[in-house]
Design a protein around this ligand. Structure first.
Ligand SMILES: [Zn+2]
Length: 46
């Protein structure tokens, strides 16, 4: 199992309705920049 990513490196990928969406460069997770909550997905499929 990989250790939990702390999402230290992110980049803004989109902006919509005043919300910035950022992507973690390490784990490719997508977040809303406002709350940095990961779009929770059971990502254990590979
Ligand atoms: Zn990450």
């Amino acid at each position: 199992m990989a250790p939990a990513c702390e999402h230290q490196k992110t980049t803004i990928i989109a902006r919509r309705d005043g919300i910035d969406y950022v992507e973690c460069l390490d784990c490719r997770q997508i977040f809303e920049a406002e709350d940095l909550e990961p779009v929770a997905v059971e990502a254990d499929e590979d």
